[in-house]
Design a protein around this ligand. Structure first.
Ligand SMILES: Nc1nc2c(ncn2[C@@H]2O[C@H](COP(=O)(O)OP(=O)(O)OP(=O)(O)O)[C@@H](O)[C@H]2O)c(=O)[nH]1
Ligand SMILES: [Mg+2]
Length: 241
């Protein structure tokens, strides 16, 4: 006989009141993201446990701001390792997210690419690992490509776009976040957005600043929707905070 669900699981499954305005949905999504906690860390794809929950990968050049964005979105100071020194993140780090102590999604912080000081062999090895991850990770629900708009989409970003394009065409969620938007004037931001939109081939592109908390609510609400497409609430509401 199946045991009754634990109170935590039952609470997590309960739909709760349906927040209707964007502000309410974003607040709920931020509450959901705040439950993030370290799950596991792996130097290689084959060491990565299959979690079986919808996973969102943060990818991009070294120093683009991936780890900082995860810390900002989850409202934790040092969940992911952020640093001024490029190449800080060396492993694939997974973080579980879910209310009532039941994870219902995973955030993956990936090491950045394009860091000049990395030996060529290590670079190539890492590009293969990441290519494999993006092509084969079954539970992948979405990819957030973090791009420093002062550099624009680089050659390696273009390679990554090519790698994931077939999966995006099959429905994989994809978002380009233009990071460190606080460093741009309004005119520069507008220009960076239109260039990145062209380069991303019509994919969604948004401005993001961890420093000024710009675009944080938008990204949080989107991540929740990506990972709850089957809950019947897709496009509607995050669970009550
Ligand atoms: N001004 C500003 N600086 C930021 C922002 N986000 C990140 N940074 C800075 O950018 C640097 C790199 O940030 P990380 O989050 O470590 O970058 P990463 O993409 O995880 O880098 P790797 O782990 O090397 O791939 C740090 O010094 C951050 O403080 C932002 O929104 N505004
Ligand atoms: Mg990092």
């Amino acid at each position: 006989m199946t045991p009754p669900p634990s109170p935590a699981r039952a609470a997590a499954a309960a739909p709760g009141p349906t927040p209707s305005t964007f502000a309410e949905r974003a607040r709920s999504a931020m509450g959901w993201l705040h439950t993030a906690h370290f799950l596991s860390s792996a130097p290689k794809l084959e060491h990565l446990p299959p979690v079986g929950l919808p996973e969102i990968a943060f990818v991009g050049r070294s120093n683009a701001g991936k780890s900082t964005a995860i810390n900002t979105l989850t409202q934790h100071k040092r969940l992911a390792f952020a640093s001024k020194t490029p190449g800080r993140t060396q492993h694939i780090n997974l973080f579980g997210v879910g209310k009532g102590q039941v994870d219902d999604a995973v955030l993956a912080d990936l090491p950045g690419y394009g860091y000049a000081a990395v030996p060529r062999e290590a670079k190539l090895r890492w590009q293969r690992v990441m290519g494999n991850y993006l092509m084969t990770r079954e539970s992948l629900a979405g990819v957030v490509l973090m791009v420093d708009p002062r550099l624009g989409l680089t050659e390696l970003d273009e390679v990554l776009l090519d790698v994931i394009r077939p999966r995006v065409e099959e429905g994989l969620n994809f978002l380009v976040l233009l990071t460190k938007a606080d460093k741009l004037s309004r005119a520069e931001a507008t220009k960076a957005l239109s260039i990145a939109r062209l380069q991303a081939g019509g994919g969604e592109v948004k401005l993001f600043s961890a420093l000024k908390r710009q675009g944080v609510d938008d990204a949080a609400e989107l991540l929740w929707r990506w990972t709850h497409a089957d809950s019947g609430n897709a496009g509607a509401a995050a669970p009550a905070a």
